[in-house]
Design a protein around this ligand. Structure first.
Ligand code: MN
Length: 257
């Protein structure tokens, strides 16, 4: 099995190095990762400037682009002759729960792989402090990868794994995407030249209490959360309801199930 490792914290991040080591022996591991931290860039791709690839080792490369750029270049250029069988993105330093998923470069790398038809897993360690022990999350990731040797993900589906800081890496729960409570924090201040500036996206950690959600599992139960995510963002109940809206111009023939 050929495994591609990437992340959004950058090639030198401890979480990527721990993940890389933990997958040794499961197959041929390749690393194509951003050359610096790109957290929060979501699924952005670089269309208006060139990308550079630098070799860091026999099967390791950095790219001066986003996580999605890395997966795209890995699958369509670096490993073009023999594309990866699996992409593992992480291990992210910090949670990717609930609404985080839409901002996450870690999850976006896995999404990009899914779009390219490659099974993918995003892994995050839910820690806020600057230092983190990735060993339990790396162990768990290895067992997920082994599981994916026996179980196929359907087309268009990826796994989002979140490991609580206190987890021993053993027990997990299958969850659904939860919901953050809105913090809406804006810190306004004045810079040394007298101009106003703003910091957004504070450390709000509250979540809506949704039984079975990723956030409940990690924050309330201290258990690893594994959420299957779907690339198709269509909301079918609303789609079907809208077929009965009487807006002018609606072409219904061919739209019904
Ligand atoms: Mn990150």
């Amino acid at each position: 099995m050929r495994i591609l490792v990437t992340n959004d914290d950058g090639f030198h991040a401890a979480g990527l190095q721990a993940l890389w080591q933990s997958l040794e022996g499961l197959g041929e591991v390749w690393v194509v990762a951003p050359d610096r931290e790109r957290s929060g860039v979501s699924h952005s791709i670089t269309l208006h400037s060139p990308l550079r690839i630098h070799r860091q080792g026999e099967r390791a490369f950095t790219v001066d682009g986003t996580p999605a750029d890395c997966v795209y270049l890995a699958a369509n250029h670096v490993l073009r002759e023999a594309p990866p069988d699996l992409v593992v993105s992480g291990i992210n330093h910090g949670p990717n729960l609930a609404d985080d998923i839409t901002y996450s470069g870690t999850v976006a790398a896995a999404l990009e792989a899914t779009m390219l038809g490659i099974p993918a897993v995003a892994v995050s360690l839910c820690v806020r402090s600057r230092t983190a022990d990735f060993s339990a999350s790396a162990r768990f990731t290895r067992s997920v990868v082994r599981g994916l040797e026996r179980h196929r993900l359907p087309a268009g589906v990826l796994l989002n794994v979140n490991v609580p800081e206190a987890s021993d890496g053993a027990s997990y729960r299958i969850t659904r995407q939860g919901r953050r409570s809105y913090g809406r924090e804006v810190i306004a201040n004045t810079d040394p030249r007298g101009r106003p500036y703003y910091w957004i996206g504070g450390d709000e950690q509250a979540h809506e209490d949704r039984p079975g959600s990723d956030a409940n599992a990690v924050n309330d139960e201290t258990i690893i959360s594994v959420t299957p995510l779907h690339l198709d963002m269509t909301h079918d109940p609303t789609r079907e309801a809208m077929l009965r809206w009487d807006l002018p111009g609606a072409v219904l023939r061919g739209s019904e199930r």
